[in-house]
Design a protein around this ligand. Structure first.
Ligand code: HEC
Ligand code: HEC
Length: 328
């Protein structure tokens, strides 16, 4: 039995707790309102409706090494599902062992990006898809030859016809691009601790992760890393020690774009090391420190770095459940 005075004390303590709770909620809303949870699907373009048939075909093509000059490189060679749909090496190794000068970005959540590639040279996934097949240092395959090779297989005739009904000659370049883009739009990673937190599950992130999220806002990271994929889709100047890559300038020829790169997604960033356009930084902590120094003119203290890195780990979502296709 509770004594009268004690119960009054408890009641007022409870009231105080409620009041702090409300202030806490207000305070947190000023942070969480800056973000949005990852939707289940990215926007689907009107010209390329998302169908189960296209997704299935796109998956086959994504894993298909026959559309490479050597017959051994597929999209999945560099965008490896076991390695965060990337390759975990500084810069990509493609046809004939040639080493490129850019890091392979993940294709996870790439449907949410407003342009493709580090320099944004392609506007969408459809435009992006045929590039690597033909790129000499990637898959090095003439598109017409790739189409001829696919046409050798009954199973591709069946799958293209099912995915593009009404097309007389469905095994063509545009349909290859549309199918691969459709598959990529399903490679999303919802329900990260951060998404669950934003949806109201306050226990989904650790104290360090919540502190990291606050610092991410207060320090100004959120100015560029915002929206569902935590990128503004814009290009920002960033000079990596030792890099000669002129970035966006190579696309526009505009001096203003010299050394500018598109803000990458931070979703799953803890599993898509190494970092930056040339993959020269292995450690997430160092990547965050470099961002603070170059983008915000700020050196973070050790505990701040720990919290920011903890927050980056809260951005790892559920990996898409993809069954590896059995190719002909
Ligand atoms: C040899 C390795 C390699 C292969 C093979 C490869 N890619 Fe890539 N991919 C890269 C690299 C490197 C980049 C970044 C290039 C750049 O920004 O200039 C990239 C960029 C991308 C992007 C843009 C992501 C972003 O964040 O901007 C997408 C999407 C993509 N690749 C999909 C594909 C598809 C689809 C295929 C197969 C048709 C493929 N890739 C084959 C290495 C590869
Ligand atoms: C002015 C815009 C801007 C601000 C502010 C900013 N970033 Fe970035 N961030 C970028 C750009 C652009 C890149 C890509 C740089 C490159 O590789 O060329 C990037 C890359 C990164 C990467 C590496 C991602 C990868 O996959 O390689 C991490 C991690 C990162 N930022 C975290 C942060 C954090 C944490 C903050 C705040 C301390 C922050 N950023 C502030 C624009 C920004």
């Amino acid at each position: 039995m509770i004594h009268k005075t004690t119960s009054r004390v408890i009641a007022s303590l409870f009231g105080a707790a409620l009041a702090t709770g409300a202030a806490f909620a207000d305070d947190m809303a000023s942070y969480t309102d800056m973000f949005e949870p990852l939707p289940a699907l990215p926007p689907i373009p009107a010209a390329n409706s998302l169908t189960a048939e296209k997704i299935e075909l796109g998956k086959m093509l994504f894993f298909e090494p026959r559309i490479s000059g050597s017959g051994v490189i597929s999209c999945a060679t560099c965008h490896n599902p076991a390695l965060g749909w990337s390759d975990r090496i500084p810069t990509a190794v493609g046809h004939d062992g040639q080493v490129g000068n850019r890091n392979t970005p993940t294709v996870l959540n790439s449907g949410f990006l407003t342009s493709q590639f580090w320099d944004g040279r392609e506007p969408d996934l459809e435009g992006q898809a045929l590039g690597p097949i033909q790129a000499e240092i990637e898959m090095n395959m003439d598109l017409e030859a790739a189409i001829r090779r696919l046409k050798e297989f009954d199973i591709y005739h069946q799958h293209f016809a099912a995915a593009f009904p009404g097309d007389d000659d469905p095994i063509n370049a545009q349909n290859i691009a549309d199918a691969i883009a459709s598959f990529e739009r399903t490679l999303n990673t919802p329900n990260s601790p951060f998404d669950r937190y934003l949806r109201g599950d306050v226990g989904a992130m650790s104290v360090a992760q919540v502190e990291g999220m606050k610092l991410f806002v207060d320090a100004g990271c959120v100015a560029c890393h915002n929206g569902p994929a935590l990128t503004d889709g814009n290009f920002h100047r960033f000079e990596l020690p030792g890099s000669k890559d002129e970035g966006r300038f190579l696309v526009t020829g505009d001096d203003f774009d010299m050394f500018a790169f598109r803000t990458p997604t931070l979703r799953n960033v803890a599993v898509t090391y190494p970092y930056f356009n040339n993959g020269s930084v292995d450690d997430l902590r160092d990547a965050v420190q470099l961002m603070g120094q170059q983008m915000l003119g700020q050196d973070f203290a050790e505990d701040e770095l720990e919290n920011l890195v903890a927050f980056m780990h809260a951005l790892t979502g559920e990996m898409p459940n993809v069954t590896i296709p059995a190719l002909p």
